[in-house]
Design a protein around this ligand. Structure first.
Ligand SMILES: [Zn+2]
Length: 449
């Protein structure tokens, strides 16, 4: 093996020696991986390290090592919409973005509302091998918002589902939401809510404000999100259960979550990369690439989301990777699909929005993109996700070059869809390698298999 992250002959090697890498952006170190584990982390350049062992060498001078990223919110589209994405293409995109596990949302066709469907998705993930796939189960049967899905059967299935969500639709019925929260307590589950009051957002196209008024498109008021979050925080407190708020997009939502956390309630939240970087004025050109649910908001909202992520009010970054075929996005604004891809750009966007602004350091990035989402997803310690870059940990790692800068080109992406709002934008950083339980899934910035 040769060169930085080079993909040479690893022949008889029983593991990896990663030389000169900076764990969490700290002092340079040499990391030894044997089997699925990190067996040594030592100050860089110490003689005798791993002597006598057949290790492939990865020269990683200047690279940062983070624990493998964990996404709580990915749409893999399979089964049913393989024209947009498959488990194989979506997990390839994830590995290239530095992820070692993604939570696959339930709004597939058929809906992931039974043990059979979640096990199918889980098995497809294992077969693809690019990263682990942890299925999310639907809260209600068929996402129809009328009766609870088979939550217990999904929890007991081989996929061990712990996160349930009707994402794409809000569980707007308060009684149903209460029952779902009560039900999952038995197995330490969590309900992940897509907070969108349906009556307040009928026909809504983009953030309600100056831009929506100017374009003459129906506005999407912040209160439609905030009212549901406030209600659900109160419900979670009332029944003593765990609520996770998907893709928080407004300053008011951050305030409500901060208040709920100050009470000690079991409330967690995520923000997407696009809500950390983009604002609603981008929609002024009617380009549906910027059409997303929840909508892009104002600069004041973006500032509040960044501050909330920095102070821990918002626990984590989740991509809401939502692939759509070009015919669904390259159309008139009002009929275009909502959604953006995100797995292959998430770390770079967080670098730009949070690290380059001084709001988070790399250990903060590791916390918000790996440690905390793994905890919220109830990923077992044995899975090794959300672990430390330390001796004895599972070797789930991403090696990232913070010094590179390049223009985002969706044609190079592994995702089957191209609907990234970051196309043509200059972003810092590049994922060089991703290791899943000691096995490289990405080397030299390219998929290994
Ligand atoms: Zn959603």
């Amino acid at each position: 093996m040769s060169g930085p992250g080079g993909n040479g002959d690893v022949g008889a090697a029983t593991g990896w020696l990663i030389r000169g890498v900076r764990p969490l952006g700290g002092e340079p170190a040499d990391i030894v991986i044997e089997g699925s584990l990190i067996t040594e982390v030592a100050k860089a350049g110490q003689p005798g390290l791993a002597e006598g062992r057949e290790l492939a060498v990865c020269e990683a001078d200047g690279l940062i090592a983070l624990p493998g990223l964990v996404d709580l919110h990915t749409h893999l589209r399979e089964p049913g919409r393989e024209d947009a994405e498959t488990v194989a293409s979506g997990t390839a995109a994830a590995a290239l973005g530095g992820y070692t596990v993604v939570h696959a949302m339930a709004n597939t066709e058929p809906v992931a509302d039974t043990a059979g469907v979640v096990e199918q998705v889980w098995r497809l993930g294992r077969e693809a091998g690019h990263c682990d796939v942890q299925p999310v189960g639907a809260v209600t049967a068929g996402l129809d918002g009328r009766q609870l899905a088979e939550l217990g059967a999904m929890a007991d299935s081989a996929a061990s589902v712990r996160v349930f969500s009707d994402d794409g639709r809000c569980v707007s019925d308060a009684t149903l939401m209460r029952r779902a929260l009560e039900y999952v307590k038995a197995f330490d589950g969590v309900i992940a809510q897509h907070a969108q009051e349906p009556r307040l957002t009928e026909g809504a196209q983009l953030n309600e404000g100056e831009i929506s008024a100017r374009l003459g498109l129906t506005g999407w008021p912040a209160v439609a999100e905030e009212a549901i979050i406030a209600r659900d925080c109160l419900l979670a407190a009332h029944v003593g259960s765990a609520l996770h708020v998907c893709h928080v997009s407004t300053a008011g939502s951050v305030e409500i979550i901060r208040w709920a956390k100050s009470k000690g309630w079991q409330v967690t939240a995520e923000v997407t990369p696009h809500h950390l970087l983009l604002t609603d004025d981008l929609a002024a050109g009617y380009d549906p690439i910027y059409k997303v649910n929840p909508p892009l908001r104002t600069a004041a909202d973006v500032a509040a989301l960044r501050e909330g992520l920095a102070d821990g009010t918002i626990d984590c970054v989740a991509t809401d990777h939502a692939p759509h075929p070009s015919e669904s996005k390259e159309s008139e604004w009002s009929i275009a699909s909502f959604g953006m891809t995100g797995l292959e750009t998430a770390l770079r966007v967080v670098h730009e929005a949070m690290v380059n602004t001084g709001l988070l350091d790399w250990s903060g990035v590791a916390d918000r993109m790996s440690v905390r989402p793994a905890a919220i997803g109830r990923l077992s310690r044995a899975s090794g996700h959300g672990g430390q870059v330390a001796t004895g940990s599972q070797a789930n790692l991403v090696l990232y070059d913070p010094a590179q800068i390049s223009t985002v080109d969706p044609a190079t992406h592994a995702s089957r869809s191209r609907n990234t709002p970051f196309a043509g934008m200059k972003l810092p950083g590049r994922v060089i390698a991703t290791f899943l339980r000691g096995r490289p899934t990405v080397l030299d910035g390219r998929l290994v298999r």
